[in-house]
Design a protein. Structure first.
Length: 378
């Protein structure tokens, strides 16, 4: 079997998600055997598409798509001199996901089986709260809705508004109380029935991060995610020493080399790669295996498109050191609808094992006519 074509597709208008117009890029790897693999990345399709067609397609065409490790290494070498921590690695990630989908289809097996089999019967999840119920104004109502649906963990970012006000350079006592309030109300109402992770999007300096971590500790957050930018692991080590709450990072680190220093300095309590950014399923699996040697759990980032949702579920099904998988209720109940030929919603707060062969999905043939203009490049 040989790769005959690389095709990229994205909708240039027509779907709006919580953060604005859709920015998912889909990649199709075609073969002479009639099998096609589907991959995805985000959020800058024009940049990622250019890398795929200019730098990666020449490496792939005519090659055996089942030689996934060799192809990954050759793609990495092709972009290494131009820099790999950006659109280049997101492009490789999309291709890698498609190659695993192809390998599963060729074997007639789900991707998680090719990764080493299922490590669990269902996948523990949490909800990232891009919900229509606002966690700042109605945190108790939102938590109650989630609990009633079987979801027992959620992620909110109540300090982001303050960070936008101050540039993350200071925080007043009143601002601190405002940031803590949603977490306090959820704890007051539900006790420890709901785990609450706090996301910070890298907005804070180190002194503020230490103060916030100290202030939220009595409310037992599940973790503190990306309190600082992801570029200085020494600063994260200092933060880790100043708090008993585990630090979670980072979706924005790419490749096993990007995670190496973090693992070695012991700053993180939870490791969070994003399959669409870190280098695909191949690299996420290697990062997880590295983390396992440090007895650290994996909580993969899953806040992109519908293909990422399925790919992450396959990885989560396999990993022996999985802690929990991110899901976004508004995504899988609303925004993913009609894009793929299959859906993967939660069942009682957990995800079922994803189907096969491959990722178990295809792009719905009608998605492009339903949603408007398509940028389609073979």
């Amino acid at each position: 079997m040989k790769i005959t074509a690389i095709e990229t597709l994205h909708l240039s208008r027509g779907i709006t998600v919580h953060a604005g117009p859709i920015q998912w890029l889909w990649v199709l790897v075609h073969t002479d055997a009639g099998l096609t693999g589907l991959g995805e990345t985000y959020p800058h399709p024009e940049a990622e598409k250019a890398i795929i067609h200019r730098s990666l397609a020449p490496v792939l065409l005519g090659r055996d798509p089942l030689s996934i490790d060799r192809l990954w290494a050759d793609m990495f070498q092709a972009i290494s001199y131009s820099g790999w921590a950006g659109a280049e690695m997101r492009a490789i990630s999309a291709i890698d996901i498609a190659l695993w989908d192809l390998a599963g289809k060729a074997a007639g097996a789900p991707v998680y089986q090719l990764l080493g089999g299922a490590s669990r019967e269902s996948i523990r999840t949490y909800n990232t709260c891009y919900d229509r119920v606002d966690f700042m104004t109605e945190p108790v109502r939102l938590a109650r809705e989630l609990l009633e649906s079987g979801i027992r963990a959620m992620k909110i970012w109540p300090f982001d508004g303050v960070a936008h006000e101050t540039g993350g350079q200071y925080i007043t006592p009143d601002q601190m109380r405002r940031g803590i309030e949603p977490l306090r109300l959820i704890r007051e109402e539900f006790g420890d029935s709901m785990d609450v992770a706090l996301e910070f999007h890298g907005y804070w300096n180190l002194p503020c991060a230490i103060r916030i971590a100290e202030a939220v500790t009595p409310y037992s957050p599940m973790w503190l995610e990306e309190m600082l930018p992801q570029d200085n692991m020494v600063a994260y080590k200092l933060l880790a020493k100043a708090t008993k709450v585990p630090l979670c990072l980072s979706e924005r680190l790419m490749t096993r080399w990007g995670f190496r220093e973090l693992l070695e300095n012991g700053a993180a309590g939870i490791i969070m790669p994003d399959i669409c950014w870190c280098g695909g399923i191949s690299e996420a699996k290697k990062i997880a295996m590295m983390a396992e040697t440090y007895y650290l759990p994996i909580a993969p980032h899953n806040c992109g498109g519908p293909v990422l949702h399925f790919a992450t579920a396959h990885l989560a099904a396999n990993l022996t050191n999985l802690s929990i998988m991110e899901t976004v209720r508004r995504h899988y109940l609303e925004e993913y609808r009609g894009i793929l030929t299959n859906e993967l919603p939660l069942e009682g707060g957990s995800l079922p094992l994803p189907p096969g062969p491959g990722l178990g999905i295809l792009l719905d043939p009608g998605v492009f006519t339903r949603h408007g203009v398509v940028d389609r490049t073979p």
